[in-house]
Design a protein around this ligand. Structure first.
Ligand code: NDP
Length: 445
């Protein structure tokens, strides 16, 4: 495989799309051997076809604020690859959203979904709309306007979006309502739905729980558990709160959470009523990190910094992309951190990953570690198709089993000669092979 030729061609077609190019390079670097050993992939142009999305829909989203002013945001859906199932991946509402970020996320989603063992292709979408500070009615009007365009290209057997940053149960509800009105169908077209109308138990906490299940397996390879471990978490969104809850349940102590402005350090541990308090703040659309430090005076707020400077045994970046850089990685290594598991998508920069791996720290990439969210979305799709609701214990057990199996797959495909498990390589190879072989079976399209 001529990596430089492929990357040069891609860069010419998508100049300046940094996150997308970064994600493609990271995956292809670990696939070089496998592609070279399988000339049938090159002959069928698998890599060149895999790295371009099948299609991209871009549209405007006009909406009215509470004062009657008109706003126009941009909306997108990137349908990346459906070789193994309908396109599947979240919708992100955040001012930073652009096509580079959505293509990076959609590309990663192909491999993540493949790893779950469920029949789901890869896609991603969203808008540069900022839900922060908006009223409930404004959110509703925006979601309805967004769906007015999106509904034409999605469907339970075509493309099944879910939540991501800025899109939780409320937003899914408003979008689903509009989809239902337009199509006159009550189908499982979105996941993360409310429990009364087709949602799955455990879906809200699934990504965080799955992250911790995966990290537990990583620790077990060293004969370790979460019991008594100090854990740094970033963010306090959908992923971070579930992770904080599960770490606590497994006997670990979560000492940080973070937001875009800085982080909170709480040496007493962030658990129980503290998590409940933050969930209340989240539900009322408020900032969390600073009010937390005010409500619990034993905690301190550190402005403008990442939590990775604090001493911990396990680090779980659960906020956003590129939030753990080389300086952070060096600090984690110096402080004796033994495991970094990515709850977010691509939170570690390539330089940081290199440092962590060079120091033989257990490093789990997002596409494997946080696959529990989409896996449980897959379980929601199955329940919708069967018109059944599984009990929470049943869903949690399936989730736990899926995370253990993804971990075993990474170990199988990523163990190096010296015994170090390269989870990045393991996840990329396993995710890729299933999709590439399916594309081969289906011909050149
Ligand atoms: P949320 O919007 O619920 O939470 C994101 C959290 O990160 C918020 O607490 C936010 O703070 C904080 N944050 C945002 N930007 C920064 C920053 N620059 N530095 C520090 N903190 C920041 O999103 P999710 O929890 O859903 O998603 C988090 C990550 O996990 C994303 O990478 C997403 O793609 C990934 N993911 C999510 C899944 C899911 O099921 N939700 C599934 C798989 C992956 P504030 O609210 O103050 O802005």
């Amino acid at each position: 495989m001529d990596l430089e030729r492929i990357m040069n061609d891609l860069e010419k077609k998508h100049p300046g799309e940094m996150e997308y190019l970064q994600a493609v390079r990271e995956v292809l670097e670990s696939l070089e051997d496998v592609v070279n050993q399988n000339p049938q992939f090159e002959a069928a142009g698998i890599i060149d076809r895999l790295i371009e999305p099948d299609r991209v829909l871009s549209f405007k989203v006009p909406w009215l604020d509470d004062n009657g002013n008109v706003h126009v945001n941009l909306g997108y859906r990137v349908q990346f690859n459906n070789a193994i199932g309908p396109y599947k991946g979240g919708l992100r509402f955040h001012p930073s959203v652009n096509l580079s970020i959505l293509k990076f996320l959609g590309f990663e989603q192909i491999f993540k979904n493949s790893l779950t063992t469920l029949p789901m292709g890869g896609g991603k979408g969203g808008s540069d709309f900022d839900p922060k500070g908006k009223s409930d009615k404004e959110i509703m009007r925006f979601c309805q306007s967004f769906m007015l365009e999106l509904w034409k290209i999605i469907g339970p057997e075509t493309d099944v979006p879910a939540g991501d940053i800025g899109v939780g149960g409320r937003e899914i509800g408003y979008m689903y309502g509009m989809y239902k009105k337009l199509t006159r169908e009550h189908t499982g077209v979105l996941t993360g739905k409310g429990l009364n109308w087709g949602g799955s138990l455990i879906r809200p906490e699934a990504t965080g729980y799955g992250t911790v299940y995966f990290a537990k397996e990583m620790l077990a390879t060293k004969g370790e558990t979460f019991e008594g471990k100090t854990v740094c978490i970033s963010g306090f969104g959908n992923v971070a709160w579930g992770a904080a809850q599960k770490v606590t349940e497994f006997g670990g102590k979560v000492v940080t959470i973070s937001g875009p402005d800085g982080y909170v350090y709480d040496a007493d541990g962030i658990s129980g009523e503290k998590i409940e308090y933050m969930l209340e703040l989240r539900a009322s659309n408020q900032d969390i990190v600073q009010p937390y430090a005010e409500e619990f005076p034993e905690a301190k707020f550190v402005a403008g910094k990442h939590p990775w400077e604090m001493k911990c045994d396990v680090a779980l970046p659960c906020a956003t992309q590129n939030e753990l850089n080389e300086e952070d990685a060096n600090a984690l290594v110096a402080n004796g951190c033994m495991c970094v598991a990515e709850g977010a998508n691509m939170p570690s920069t390539p330089g940081a990953v290199e440092i962590l791996q060079a120091n033989k720290i257990l490093f789990g990439p997002g596409k494997a570690v946080n696959a529990g969210g989409v896996a449980t979305s897959g379980l929601e799709m199955s329940q919708n198709a069967m018109k059944l609701n599984w009990r929470s214990g049943e869903v949690d057990e399936k989730l736990h089993h899926i995370m253990q199996s993804i971990h075993a797959t990474c170990v199988k495909n990523g163990t190096e000669e010296d015994g170090y498990v390269n989870y990045v390589k393991g996840a990329n190879i396993a995710g890729f092979l299933k999709v590439a072989n399916s594309m081969l079976d289906q011909g050149i399209l």
